[in-house]
Design a protein around this ligand. Structure first.
Ligand code: WQD
Length: 339
């Protein structure tokens, strides 16, 4: 069973390739390496011993996408990760985000809808909910106007997918709305590789602990939460990767109740920024220098998943704790920095 993983050398993509291979799937990776390195391929092989096929090209090039599908007539499914994903950058360069994130999706769907049976797993995000009225957040919570062009591309992508599935009943798709992915594979052979200054909390924490950054800036402690800092649902990237395999198998085994489904992927537990810092200090034994600064534009106060549908319908749930995820992130950082 041959599966195309776009963005398969990226953070979540690479962890998903490992899980797919370990479940016996044959994997073809397409990645333009604009936000990763080909070395990730060797990390995957060191874990599974299996060399995935890899093609490096830009999915915004329609003729390249067409050529790929001419060479690979036996693709049974796609897990689509490839996208630009820096919230701040998307505000400065919206057209790059709309062209890349929507263009690549459209070209892939144009190919997939020409196939008899097509299976498409889409990497979406809880960002589509904005600040949800009710917590924990269920899949039928209303989506909100996006806080950033990045978030808007996720919303629009889901609409494109939903409409395409409606018009092509042989296309079966699942959108997976991630909460906050963190951590690294327990082998420390693959992990998060932020290019430049990390935008996200946990890689900034591990780089600070490694001495790469001077101190962490905590973006506001005047929110209406117990300790004043924002709350998020931090999910171990390996748990998240496993959910993609479960979703793919659900469709391939004909268990999906409709040809378009949506699932929230989180632990169901919210943790504040200060809680994450305290837990990191405990699991790593490292004191973390930080200062409180002004709020960051666009941050929601709190977001954590209602996991009922993922647990009861998809048949998946997280098994790793926040401590395990933070320790795996720290072990990966030490490996990368030769500490
Ligand atoms: C988490 C909390 C910050 C950095 C984003 C995207 C989402 C997904 C995950 C791609 C917030 C605080 C952060 C720092 C801080 N990305 N923080 N100091 O914003 O919840 O989600 O990344 O799919 O779509 O929106 O994650 O890790 O950036 O922030 O205080 O240096 O940590 O204010 O409360 P976020 P994050």
């Amino acid at each position: 069973m041959k599966i195309l993983v776009t963005g398969g050398l990226g953070y979540i993509g690479s962890h998903t390739v490992v899980e797919l291979q370990q479940k016996g799937f044959e994997v073809v990776i397409v990645d333009d390496c604009s936000n990763t390195s080909e070395d990730v391929l060797y990390g995957i092989v060191r874990i599974t011993g299996i060399q995935p096929q890899f093609e490096r090209f830009d999915l915004r090039k329609k003729e390249k996408v067409q050529g790929f599908f001419q060479r690979h007539q036996d693709i049974q499914g796609i897990i689509h990760f490839a996208a630009s994903k820096a919230v701040g950058e998307s505000v400065e360069r919206p057209l790059l985000y709309y062209e890349n994130n929507l263009g690549s999706l459209i070209y892939l769907l144009q190919e997939m809808t020409q196939q008899q049976d097509a299976t498409f797993i889409f990497s979406s995000s809880c960002t589509v909910y904005g600040q949800a009225e009710k917590l924990p957040i269920t899949e039928d919570a209303p989506t909100k106007p996006a806080e950033s062009p990045y978030g808007n591309t996720k919303k629009i992508s889901e609409d494109i997918l939903r409409d395409t599935c409606k018009a092509n009943t042989h296309l079966r798709s699942i959108s997976l709305r991630y909460f906050n992915p963190i951590g690294a594979h327990p082998s420390s052979e693959i992990g998060e590789l932020p290019i430049g200054v990390p935008q996200n909390l946990v890689p900034f924490i591990t780089q600070t602990a490694a001495g790469v950054r001077e101190e962490l800036s905590v973006f506001g402690n005047d929110y209406p939460t117990a300790d004043g800092t924002c709350i998020r649902d931090y999910i171990h990237v390996v748990d998240l990767a496993k959910a993609h395999v479960v979703a793919l198998q659900r469709i391939l085994q004909g268990k999906a109740e409709s040809n378009y489904e949506v699932y929230n992927l989180g632990t169901g537990k919210g943790s504040s920024v200060l809680e994450v810092i305290q837990r990191f200090e405990r699991v790593s034994g490292q004191e973390l220098p930080y200062k409180i600064v002004a709020r960051r534009e666009g941050d929601v106060v709190a977001a954590y998943a209602d996991t009922t549908k993922a647990n009861d319908v998809l048949g998946w749930k997280t098994v790793s704790s926040l401590d395990e995820a933070l320790l795996s992130a720290w072990n990966w950082e030490k490996k990368v920095r030769n500490l």
